[in-house]
Design a protein around this ligand. Structure first.
Ligand code: C2E
Ligand code: MG
Ligand code: MG
Length: 269
């Protein structure tokens, strides 16, 4: 039995409206990038994650968790994803030219975008246009665990092709999806990002603390660097530092900020 009520009708209506407006978001320059710094244990900025923002006249500021699924469903993610990659490459090059020396810059890639047959070609074309081979080595593509549920050989082939050019890969929201030792062994990853939900429970839940320790030890076995996402308190950071976590990202250190603010944060350190 499917119940269709006013609430469902409104939600469908809202999504259709969002879809219609999203079609023009790129052309109307409504999509912007924010940058969230990633710090080492000495509170020095080592890298950042690029996070997409959509600001629309009618809808206001729309969070990516609302519009990315629509962009995926409609295929708009291909153009939007290329926009994010292109802008991120340009910013990295510009920062590098101006002495803002990041070790890594992370870009989120959605599953549909990654498995689109033109993905590697697009990345290679854009990197030839905007990056040097040294700068390619600073780019990290963040994939979610949902990609692991797809054809593993195809996944590994695409990753290896881009790794030849120097790009690296990270698993985002680690622990929330299809976490398996099998893929950690088979998939050529460079980094994992522990999901915020585990970090949140760190100071309340002893079993979460043991689990984080296990994830940190495991990642060392596989030679992966580890980023903790959503670090909000000093206590959480202290536990993570003790466990030898490599990088810290979260409101305790900085929220995602625009380009000027990021440059100011970098200059101030
Ligand atoms: P994500 O990649 O896991 O990004 C981390 C999210 O956690 C960001 O939300 C960030 O603002 C938020 N966050 C960071 N530190 C804290 C903290 O200390 N506390 C809390 N409560 N939250 C924190 P945001 O920017 O809303 O992005 C949500 C998701 O949207 C991202 O999750 C990512 O999956 C997706 N997304 C964002 N930009 C892009 C993009 O360019 N392409 C694709 N495909 N997906 C994107
Ligand atoms: Mg991410
Ligand atoms: Mg995440």
């Amino acid at each position: 039995i499917v119940v269709f009520d006013q609430e469902v009708a409104e939600r469908v209506e809202k999504n259709l409206e969002m879809e219609r407006l999203l079609h023009n978001a790129l052309n109307n320059n409504e999509l912007l990038l924010n940058y969230q710094p990633q710090y080492n244990k000495h509170h020095k900025i080592e890298g950042c994650e690029v996070l997409l923002r959509w600001v629309n006249d009618e809808l206001g500021s729309v969070p990516p968790n609302s519009f990315i699924p629509i962009a995926e469903k409609t295929g708009l993610i291909l153009d939007i994803g290329n926009f994010v990659i292109k802008e991120s490459f340009k910013v990295l090059k510009d920062w590098n030219d101006r002495g803002i020396d990041l070790k890594k810059l992370s870009i989120n890639v959605s599953m549909r975008q990654f498995f689109y047959q033109g993905f590697t070609g697009d990345v290679e074309r854009l990197s030839q246009q905007y990056l040097t081979s040294e700068l390619c080595q600073k780019i990290v593509f963040e994939l979610t665990e949902s990609v692991m549920a797809e054809e593993l050989d195809t996944l590994v082939n695409i990753m290896n092709q881009l790794k030849k050019d120097g790009f690296s890969f990270s698993i985002d929201d680690f622990g929330t999806g299809y976490s398996s030792l099998g893929y950690l062994r088979k998939v050529p990853l460079d980094q994992i990002k522990i999901d915020r939900s585990f970090i949140e429970e760190l100071t309340v839940n002893a079993s979460d603390q043991s689990m984080i320790e296990m994830i940190l030890n495991l990642s060392k076995v596989f030679g992966l660097s580890v980023v903790a996402e959503g670090v909000e308190t000093q206590e959480q950071e202290d536990i993570l530092v003790k466990g030898n976590c490599d990088l810290f990202q979260g409101y305790l250190l900085s929220k995602p900020v625009d380009r000027e603010e990021f440059e100011a944060l970098y200059a101030a350190q």
